[in-house]
Design a protein around this ligand. Structure first.
Ligand code: SF4
Ligand code: SF4
Length: 84
């Protein structure tokens, strides 16, 4: 189980590149940006109901906690955030 929150800066880059992962491609409105993303506010319009794949801690706990330690997972993800 994760003991910390993912250190997300809410930059919104992942929501602007949902085409890059098979897990989030279904959210693509056609130009790589998530159909639920408000570009002006740089915010998710369904934040409280966003899909599991967007809930980093929950997704980790469900699918990845057997394969990665939380700190390791965070490190890998931050590299992906940087590269977006
Ligand atoms: S790209 Fe990373 S830091 Fe930026 S909003 Fe997404 S998860 Fe947070
Ligand atoms: S549902 Fe929300 S958090 Fe998930 S990619 Fe879309 S805008 Fe981002």
């Amino acid at each position: 189980m994760s003991t910390q929150e993912f250190p997300c800066t809410a930059c919104g880059k992942c929501c602007r590149h949902v085409n890059l992962s098979n897990e989030t491609a279904f959210l693509d409105r056609g130009d790589a940006i998530c159909k639920f993303f408000n570009e002006d506010a740089n915010l998710c319009t369904i934040y409280n109901d966003r899909p599991l794949v967007c809930r980093v801690e929950d997704y980790y706990n469900k699918y990845l906690s057997d394969s990665y330690k939380w700190d390791e997972f965070v490190k890998i993800n931050l590299i992906i955030c940087e590269d977006l």
